[in-house]
Ligand binder design. Sequence first.
Ligand SMILES: NC(=O)C1=CN([C@@H]2O[C@H](COP(=O)(O)OP(=O)(O)OC[C@H]3O[C@@H](n4cnc5c(N)ncnc54)[C@H](O)[C@@H]3O)[C@@H](O)[C@H]2O)C=CC1
Ligand SMILES: O=C([O-])CC(=O)C(=O)O
Length: 266
Amino acid sequence: MKNIALIGCGAIGSSVLELLSGDTRLQVGWVLVPEITPAVRETAARLAPQAQLLQALPGDAVPDLLVECAGHAAIEEHVLPALARGIPAVIASIGALSAPGMAERVQAAAEAGKTQAQLLSGAIGGIDALAAARVGGLDTVLYTGRKPPKAWSGTPAEQVCDLDGLTEAFCIFEGSAREAAQLYPKNANVAATLSLAGLGLDKTMVRLFADPAVQENVHQVEARGAFGAMELTMRGKPLAANPKTSALTVYSVVRAVLNNVAPLAI
Ligand SMILES: NC(=O)C1=CN([C@@H]2O[C@H](COP(=O)(O)OP(=O)(O)OC[C@H]3O[C@@H](n4cnc5c(N)ncnc54)[C@H](O)[C@@H]3O)[C@@H](O)[C@H]2O)C=CC1
Ligand SMILES: O=C([O-])CC(=O)C(=O)O
């Protein structure tokens, strides 16, 4: 039985616990959160009663897999030390790798621990195709992210428009994936994921829209290169517990965990 450490128990983490509970091939042995709130206690008691609720992984704990679904800060705080200790990790907060030197630090920690960090596809599809296309050479990758105005609350979008008063789509950001991921850490992980799979953080162009006409989180990718061309549109249903996050992100985390315990992985 594989023993999992889950970092973060918010909209994604609690849904992941729900979907994994009852699977006899694994157990969640640790749930790591900055504050052990009554809500976290209740969720863990219901869905992972065996789990220890802690702020950090104890030095003598050796999970088979660390699952990050917490936010950018968790990479520095939990993922780097675990990788360096040889614990493999799957990462949802991929935008964290847009900080100067962070992608290299994740790689170095995994090398030091002789293990691997896996970047999840999260809310976007087509990462397999883009990463394969990169081998032949990519010319352009453009990502357009479109979410309802409320998904942009508490972000720098509030400084460039009146989110509540929008009557049509408003472009809140245009620039590189690196800038997008830094400015919108809870909304532009997809931009970072696409760029790490494809043309890199500085050459992948990003446009972000607050759009009162959409109910879903809409992700569009246009890529061209030696392989030909790719056009992709995802219309992700947002999670009720967090409108910034698409439900597919949860399923992507669960897929990665199950691939770790399945005799046939896909
Ligand atoms: N790759 C992708 O497509 C996507 C990635 N994400 C990433 O997943 C993260 C979590 O998303 P949600 O669950 O919707 O957010 P949420 O705000 O509902 O939950 C975050 C959870 O992580 C905990 N947390 C925060 N900082 C932490 C830290 N330093 N160490 C440990 N735990 C910490 C919080 O206490 C909370 O339990 C986002 O911040 C984003 O970085 C989110 C959506 C899509
Ligand atoms: O869940 C989504 O639709 C995408 C998202 O928040 C991100 O890219 O950070």
